[in-house]
Design a protein around this ligand. Structure first.
Ligand code: PLZ
Length: 444
């Protein structure tokens, strides 16, 4: 962030302003309509808790570009590291002539991810690409093919990851046929499960489906987001993840945590698996890993990671030197600035305020999340029937008032909050005030 970016919400024009409207017209003419837009304002600068647009409007950022700029936009260490690297070299291809940055990122991931066993890593570009590679590795290691994913899961938009993603619209509809050998098990969803379904019972329910419909003899991997992202910020009941991990270990199945959205301090632990001490065999990371530069990784048990033959994994850009420099600076920022702690502070501030809002508003069915990954699930009062229209209305009115907020969930009825950890308390409180007003204005 440039030193001049004022940490203040400011509306200079109507939203969107005239220059953004002009750019949106160009976008509509030039960019495929499949690429959607949450908020039709064009960014020119961002940092701390603010995104500034072409019309001089400054928005409070509760989105972090979908959980990416956890250390803040253009975080100073990231800018410096990328600047140095861009002047040295931009690309050689790590598979052609390697460079230290890639190795240093792998070492850092091996050190920081859950578990103190021997680990290795491989770097890629996007979350989906890393998920695909985790499956390749698990298949090579187990010599089995089937993959189990969960209800409400989101793992990406490539062919294999579309098959793994649960929701048809907008992610899959019309884009089949999908990759075979992907099976879906029921999740632990405390807000929607019967009260007696605790973490153990939910795990049993999932394992029954896996054993009956797939069979561990065919199963290469179980892939799960420890807190679901796009699916609705669903935090499984305590005990669910450990029981699944244990079953995988006992049955020769690779347990893969997709921490693309939850990783790197987002949930108030370095990784969401840390919360219950779950040690995945493989962990997939992306998003928050590199402060906004495209980078993703698969990290895991050395003997599993080494299952692929030499040159079986790779890609032209995987572990690009700029992205690696950014990742090292991101990790340094998380450690130096105590961002894991900061995420916990954000959690307390937000949950406290949102629980108070819920006490007066029966349309807020559930308040949940960890760290700076918090959500409210909206329902018709007195029921658990989803209310996606209310989520849309509250988001739209927050946007008009200068707050970037995202929705998610299988039913589209979840408002999610993913502030950068570089945001100050004042902006967070102001954003929550605006959301409170937005709820008041959105009448049933
Ligand atoms: N796994 C858990 O959250 C990306 C999707 C945005 P990529 N989530 C944001 C959209 O609508 O395309 C995500 C995720 C989890 C995998 C992915 C995929 O990561 O970097 O978008 O490929």
């Amino acid at each position: 962030m440039s030193a001049t970016l004022e940490q203040r919400r400011h509306l200079a024009t109507e939203i969107p302003g005239p220059r953004s409207r002009e750019l949106m017209a160009r976008k509509s003419a030039a960019v495929a309509q499949g690429i959607g837009t949450t908020m039709p304002v064009f960014a020119v600068e961002a940092g701390g808790g603010i995104v500034k647009d072409v019309d001089g409007n400054s928005f409070i950022d509760l989105g972090s570009g979908i959980a990416v700029t956890t250390v803040g936009n253009s975080a100073p260490r990231v800018v410096e590291a990328v600047r140095e690297q861009v002047e040295a070299f931009t690309h050689t291809c790590f598979m052609v002539t390697p460079y230290e940055g890639y190795v240093a990122v792998a070492e850092a991931l091996n050190r920081l991810t859950p578990g103190d066993h021997d680990k290795k890593s491989a770097l890629f570009n996007s979350g989906a690409e890393a998920v695909e590679n985790a499956i390749k590795i698990a298949r090579a290691h187990t010599k089995k093919q089937a993959v189990v994913v969960f209800d409400h899961a989101y793992h990406g938009r490539t062919n294999l990851t579309m098959a793994m993603t649960a929701k048809s619209m907008p992610y899959k509809s019309g884009f089949g046929p999908f990759a075979p050998e992907v099976y879906r098990a029921p999740l632990s969803y405390p807000f929607r499960d019967d009260k007696q379904v605790d973490g153990q019972a939910a795990a049993r329910r999932a394992i029954d489906v896996i054993e009956k419909q797939v069979g561990s003899g065919n199963l290469a991997a179980v892939v799960i987001e420890p807190i679901q992202g796009e699916g609705g910020f669903i935090v499984p009941a305590d005990g669910f993840l450990p029981a699944l991990a244990e079953w995988c270990t006992a049955n020769g199945v690779v347990f893969i945590a997709d921490e693309v959205q939850t990783g790197f301090a987002r949930t108030g632990d370095l990784f969401a698996c840390d919360h219950e001490g779950v040690v995945p065999d493989l962990i997939v990371t992306a998003k928050g890993i590199a402060g906004g530069l495209p980078l993703s990784a698969v990290t895991g048990r050395a003997e599993i990671m080494d299952a692929s033959h030499v040159s079986g994994l790779g890609g032209t850009y995987g572990g690009n030197p700029l992205a690696c420099a950014a990742a090292l600076a991101t990790i340094e920022t998380i450690e130096a600035e105590g961002l894991v702690e900061r995420a916990r502070e954000v959690q307390h501030l937000m949950l406290d305020r949102l629980h108070r809002l819920q006490a007066d508003d029966s349309r807020i069915g559930d308040v949940r999340g960890r760290g700076a990954m918090i959500a409210v699930e909206l329902v018709r009062p007195g029921t658990t029937d989803p209310d996606p229209e209310l989520a849309r209305a509250v988001a739209a009115s927050a946007h008009q008032a200068g707050v970037i907020v995202l929705t998610c969930g299988t039913y589209g009825n979840v408002l999610r909050f993913l502030p950068p950890l570089a945001i100050g308390d004042e902006l967070l409180v102001e954003a929550l005030d605006i959301l409170t007003t937005a709820f008041q204005e959105a009448t049933a």
